[in-house]
Write a protein that binds this ligand. Structure first.
Ligand code: AMP
Ligand code: MG
Length: 311
């Protein structure tokens, strides 16, 4: 009898140990103007969570234009000089802009402000104002910084005893490590029309899954919807055939810059950029509701057309 009790106790402890191991540390916060949620598994989960919060605070203090005292705001006013590391980051951002032939433009701040997307005082500016603002090159890294933050956060976890993590930075998802059962992480793609998700992207290991969409931020005036993804060629909200682009990439800042750029480029040019590249996959939702995915995107749960390399 004693042996049975001991065995039962042992099994209970084992189960408790397992469930303790399997239960992630979960936290939510408001940062970078968005709602974020984090799940971390492993012995150093608490330490990892603190390190992520610290990283986000530092990144906001450096790269946010919402903060007048940030380095980026001071760079825009000509009051600061970037350190070597900061300059290296800005150079990498400019390279991504070149790669997209300017569809991702990190110096659109004056145009973004003109439309009211910085202050929430939305208005439709006139052509002359837009022309002037387009010439006024001021940094705004809103299209890239969350992806970069996710990637940097994952890098921090490498130095800690954190087995795996899912970081959701306002709909931009960064995974870290492999799932315990060896299955892929599954990330839902939001339905631009609202309601349920449209499909699921599967990824193994550490990756960024980042979505840009016109439904994420917009205002309406005289029955017209003006959304937040601007075409740098015109200064107006991009009128491409897309309403959502999800990019899957090992590099977070590349994923983020590309999601914005591919939206601006539209399906055909975006597919062409993908064919010339080998570092990302993408899922496109057209304004018609039709869905397209590049051949390596591992999309499931919906009907879609596959975009092949050789077409
Ligand atoms: P995302 O959600 O990553 O596509 O980023 C969109 C945000 O980036 C907008 O809210 C603007 O602040 C800024 N933005 C808008 N259009 C562009 C563009 N073409 N290139 C770079 N940043 C942009
Ligand atoms: Mg982006």
């Amino acid at each position: 009898m004693r042996r049975v009790v001991a065995l039962v106790l042992f099994v209970c402890l084992l189960a408790a140990g397992c469930s303790f191991q399997q239960k992630p540390l979960e936290e939510t916060c408001w940062a970078m103007d968005t709602y974020m949620s984090f799940k971390l598994w492993g012995k150093d989960a608490r330490e990892g969570m603190n390190a992520i919060q610290q990283l986000l605070s530092e990144m906001e203090a450096t790269w946010s234009v919402a903060d007048d005292t940030s380095l980026l705001s001071r760079l825009n006013r000509g009051e600061a000089v970037a350190s070597k590391d900061q300059q290296r980051f800005l150079d990498a951002v400019m390279k991504l802009s070149e790669r997209t032939e300017g569809a991702f433009d990190p110096q659109l701040n004056s145009v973004i402000a003109l439309w009211g997307f910085l202050s929430d005082n939305y208005r439709v500016p006139d052509q002359a104002e837009i022309r002037t603002a387009l010439k006024d090159k001021q940094w705004n890294l809103g299209a890239v910084v969350k992806g970069y933050a996710g990637q940097q956060a994952a890098a921090l976890l490498e130095d800690l005893n954190v087995d795996r993590a899912v970081l959701n930075l306002g709909g931009n998802v960064q995974t870290y490590g492999e799932k315990a059962d060896g299955s892929p992480w599954q990330i839902a793609i939001q339905n631009p029309q609202g309601g349920d998700y449209v499909g699921i992207v599967s990824v193994f290991g550490t990756a960024s899954v980042i979505t840009s969409g016109d439904y994420q931020r917009y205002f309406e005036e005289d029955g017209i919807r003006y959304h937040h993804i601007l075409d740098p060629a015109t200064g107006y909200p991009s009128d491409s055939d897309l309403c959502s682009v999800t990019v899957i990439c090992r590099d977070g800042m590349t994923a983020d810059a590309l999601s914005t750029a591919l939206y601006v480029l539209g399906l055909e040019a975006a597919a062409e950029l993908w064919r010339q590249s080998d570092d990302f996959e993408a899922v496109f939702i057209l304004s018609t509701g039709d869905i397209y995915a590049t051949e390596g995107a591992a999309l499931s749960g919906c009907e879609y057309e596959v975009i092949y390399r050789e077409d």
